[in-house]
Ligand binder design. Structure first.
Ligand code: ADP
Ligand code: MG
Length: 603
């Protein structure tokens, strides 16, 4: 998991794994689809054989040969038709089912990634975005793989038929190599040229729009630049188009050459069969029929493999990467999360730089957060407050140093279990557009629809007024784009998010990272006072305050902060002061200075 710079897993094993995923999801459909793809190849490839039997049987008055040919040809048409209908239907079903299965698989994987590193690192984001896009086409890739096998089978049967006439005829496949080569090589060259011409084309389009649309019309006329625009557009277009046209001409030349080579080989093998081998007319006919298909089969195989390489291999490698990434995350988690905190949480010389960056956002932080205490973190924007909270939530691991929970390294606790004992709200909360009851209830999934629990959480967050104002109370659908959905203000969303954070009854750690920034100072103060009381086990709602819960408050309002048992002052990624309000005031340092400034502003 720390392998942020590791490359994607190797292609072929990854592809094999993706195949196995498809097989696990839909074993029956996958097997039948694959079988049908192979079967569908046969009538096509065997056509040359039936021709041979017919051409040999008629002049020789050989009833057996003619009958065999008649049966073969007779079966070919309905079999082709039947297989096509069947495989279209079955493959469509397979694709739909396997797409859903893979999408769910990817979604599950993503949701179970323990850190959010992959949401905040650009290279992971790109990888995930591509994977998300490619999940939709992964189903095409199974089909593409099947049809590649179908083409290879056709190719094999055709070469075998030719070799049955004479082994040397297999050489005809060699003459097809230039066509394969041009088919594999030229499209890439043309695409590259087109990409290089893109700026010129964009300019041409821009000039065309400028010359012909209304908004710039006045200025175009007043300045009289209309003719110049037209001329420049023409020039830009020529500049973009000329290299593309040249590349296409070159492709045409190469194709003509390649096909000439194959043509020579083809004519050569027919002549060889007829003149050198003095073979039967049937054999000559077979060489004509099979040979003419050979190059088409080779071309199709190469094209299909190109498609596979482009999408399937990349897609399956990304999928394999995500699977490994998820599998590796709890590798070292061998400890259990304590039922209640006895010693509290210790930071031991913790430093942290975001993965892929050099700058230390936290530097050598050592702290002891006692059980049952309320800890406030203050510091300027960018001082590292949220980062510290993210480390506590095990969304990242320290770059160096350790975080100990009752003496156990946090990285040894399984992320999911640890997080099930966290509660809290963040400044950048998410707007879950559900019914209000569930918008709050998701804070404790097992009790998603537990109305009394939701009501308690709403009360803890002081969000009763928000719910009271909703037309259907907790049943109100939030989000204006949904049927009967309503929009609520930013502050109301924030209170609901806060309520969500209070769904869990006995968390070990309650994190409040500026969740009330949109509320006024008085409300925030009142709310935090209540949480602090709950944390210390002094309020009746939290008689279980004896669970040793630690409450972390991040706020820039010193009126709120002063009530905390411990105040941690961060400045430039380091802890510069730690202590209770009175101690820090007495020290007359950074905290006292900032407190003085704010207090003066309020006076
Ligand atoms: N995902 C990230 N990747 C890289 N740098 C980040 C990321 N998130 C925050 N930072 C940087 O870390 C520093 C501390 O940020 P943060 O912890 O959010 O500060 P605070 O909450 O105190 O305002 C900032 O300089 C910020 O730019
Ligand atoms: Mg922050």
């Amino acid at each position: 998991m720390r392998s942020s710079r590791d490359d994607l897993p190797p292609a072929l094993p990854a592809m094999w794994r993706a195949l196995k995923r498809g097989y696990e999801a839909e074993p029956g459909f996958l097997a039948v689809s694959f079988g049908l793809s192979l079967l569908a190849a046969l009538p096509d490839a065997l056509f040359a054989l039936w021709l041979k039997l017919l051409a040999d049987g008629v002049p020789a008055h050989d009833r057996r040969l003619v009958m065999a040919s008649a049966v073969g040809l007779g079966v070919t048409a309905p079999a082709t038709w039947f297989l096509r209908v069947m495989s279209v239907r079955i493959q469509r079903q397979f694709r739909e089912r396997v797409t859903i299965a893979l999408e769910s698989h990817v979604a599950r994987l993503q949701a179970s990634v323990a850190t959010i590193e992959h949401h905040e690192r650009p290279e992971y984001l790109n990888r995930l975005a591509m994977l998300r896009d490619q999940v939709f086409v992964l189903d095409h890739m199974y089909m593409s793989l099947f049809s590649t096998c179908g083409w290879i089978l056709r190719l094999g049967v055709t070469v075998a038929l030719l070799m049955a006439i004479h082994p040397a005829l297999a050489l005809l496949a060699v003459f097809a190599i230039p066509t394969v080569f041009t088919a594999a090589w030229r499209p890439g060259v043309e695409r590259a040229v087109q990409e290089r011409s893109a700026p010129a084309n964009r300019l041409a389009r821009h000039l065309f729009v400028t010359a012909t649309t209304a908004p710039p019309g006045k200025e175009v006329r007043v300045t009289g630049i209309g003719d110049r625009l037209v001329a420049r557009r023409r020039a830009a277009w020529e500049r973009g188009y000329a290299p593309v046209a040249a590349a296409r001409r070159t492709t045409a030349v190469w194709q003509a050459l390649a096909w000439s080579v194959f043509g020579v080989g083809f004519l050569g093998s027919v002549a060889f069969t007829a003149l050198v081998l003095q073979a039967t007319p049937g054999a000559v006919l077979l060489v004509l029929a099979a040979g003419s298909r050979l190059s088409a089969y080779i071309g199709a195989t190469v094209g299909e493999i190109g498609f596979l390489r482009g999408i399937w291999l990349e897609g399956s490698r990304r999928l394999a990467w995500l699977e490994d990434y998820v599998a590796a995350q709890d590798e070292h988690a061998d400890a259990t999360v304590p039922h209640r905190l006895l010693e509290g949480i210790r930071f031991e010389r913790v430093s942290f730089a975001y993965p892929g960056t050099e700058r230390r956002v936290l530097e050598d932080v050592s702290l002891h957060l006692k059980p049952g205490s309320v800890v406030a973190i203050v510091g300027e924007n960018g001082a590292g407050k949220t980062t510290l909270v993210k480390l506590l939530c095990r969304l990242y691991r320290p770059t160096s140093g350790r975080i100990l929970v009752d003496g156990v390294d946090l990285t040894r606790l399984p992320a999911e279990t640890w997080r099930s004992r966290l509660a809290g709200a963040f400044q950048d909360f998410f707007r879950f557009e559900f019914r209000a009851r569930q918008t709050v209830g998701v804070g404790d999934l097992p009790r998603l629809d537990d109305e009394p629990a939701v009501v308690v959480a709403v009360a803890r967050a002081g969000a009763d007024d928000v719910v009271a104002r909703l037309a259907a109370g907790l049943e109100t659908q939030l989000g204006p784009t949904w049927p009967e959905g309503v929009e609520v203000s930013f502050g109301q969303w924030q209170k609901l998010a806060l309520a969500r954070g209070f769904m869990r009854d006995c968390p070990l750690l309650l994190v409040l990272d500026e969740p009330t920034a949109a509320l006024d100072a008085e409300t925030e103060h009142a709310l935090f006072e209540r949480y602090a009381a709950a944390a210390r086990g002094k309020s009746k709602g939290a008689a279980r305050g004896t669970d040793g819960r630690i409450t972390i408050l991040v706020s820039h309002r010193f009126s709120t902060v002063r009530m905390a048992d411990l105040i941690v002052v961060l400045d430039g990624s380091r802890v510069v002061e730690v202590g209770a309000h009175e101690e820090l005031m007495a020290q007359g340092g950074h905290y006292a200075e900032l407190y003085g400034i704010q207090a003066a502003a309020y006076r």
